[in-house]
Design a protein around this ligand. Sequence first.
Ligand code: CMC
Length: 428
Amino acid sequence: MSEFAEITLGGQSYKFPVVTGTENEKAIDISNLRSDTGYITIDRGYKNTGSTQSAITFLDGENGILRYRGYSIEDLAEKSNFLEVAYLLIYGELPTQEQYKNFTYEITTHTLVNEDMKKIFDGFPVNAHPMGVLSSLVCSLSAFYPMPVNPLSDRTYLDLSIVRLLAKMPTIAAWSYKNSQGHAVNYPKNKYSYAENFLHMMFALPVDDYEPDPVVANALDKLFILHADHEQNCSTSTVRLVGSSHATLYSAISASICALWGPLHGGANQKVIEMLERIHQDGGDISKYVDKAKDKDSDFRLMGFGHRVYKNFDPRAKIIKKAADEVLESLGVDDPLLDIAKQLEEIALRDEYFVERKLYPNVDFYSGIIYKALNIPVNMFTVMFAMGRLPGWIAQWLEMRQNREPIGRPRQVYTGANHKEYQSLDKR
Ligand code: CMC
């Protein structure tokens, strides 16, 4: 043991090895803590707990750095495209031209879903939130496209399952929207790119001609890249935890969609727009809402502000803010919510409360404004996040299974009643 941490318990000292990552991140390996000492650690919200060692995404929250497989998010967002990034995350390297051609061909030709799945859509009420529909339908893929118990035993089938998920997710997502509109669904068209196809399935109507706008498709592709992975966040940890029981890939992804839905995680993008609309309708008094967010007697938070890991700036938010300006200008959209968002950011970034707590705009702060400009309905915003995050979830699930990680099973410190004698019902 070259570097180690020493813990003294009951007068006895124990040594635990220090693990160092490739970016010099340090951790204390406490795998033997309980067996050696009888103690466990407590860390609510896992604020200091590394659940795994991973080679997929590097995130330095203090310096605002985000890299997928070593490539900076700025480079990928500017120069790459979503399917190339998906390949990079899942298979570990950027694809060669041949690999890229095959991968995109496979995804393009697996976009149809089993016709019987349409019957499931019919069972949902029209006002069902699309995230609930998406999660249910993704889980139902386990029934329509069963996977072997050990998916790693058949690599061809595993790759096919990955392709199916990536290919069918936009179809399911767009159909969940169509269902909420009470409209007939649109079938995918192979001539379109990934983002164009999604736009076609969302917006084409039998009564009108519709061609996806390249500005809109490019903006969507960039947003997907920015969301593609973010190491061990709530939904990704869910994928790994559910997958660690050897549940199917589809059910692990379905669980992560549910985790993402919450307003403290991916659901924040919907809440940001609702908050900005509320401020706008209330006369635009931004300070009133900043004060409310600081008031500890109020549950109100500035949605789209703060992050568990980023304590300087969120590099994704920086890119999205610039993209929001470009997209709105190019589409000729003048959205008063963008002005409110900018003023809110300015006021909050100067406010001692936010400065002290290192609360900065996160990825969800500006993404909603772009989605709105692209005509994506507000209750679909978190679905957009889920589509972008899908390759990351798949990559993390695959890494967890390939590394033969044990079933995830935290412990607890029990604080309930001590042993009580049972009294039969007639004596109580
Ligand atoms: N508005 C007002 N105060 C806040 C906010 C906010 N948005 N976020 C954190 N705080 C305060 C919090 O009250 C606490 O104050 P104090 O120290 O006085 O008790 C302090 O800042 C630390 O907050 P925390 O809740 O302990 O931090 P956390 O790391 O547990 O939570 C967070 C991170 C993202 C859940 C939280 O900042 C938040 O609720 N933000 C709003 C929701 C949001 O935008 N979520 C999207 C996150 S980015 C997309 C993603 O990857 O999911």
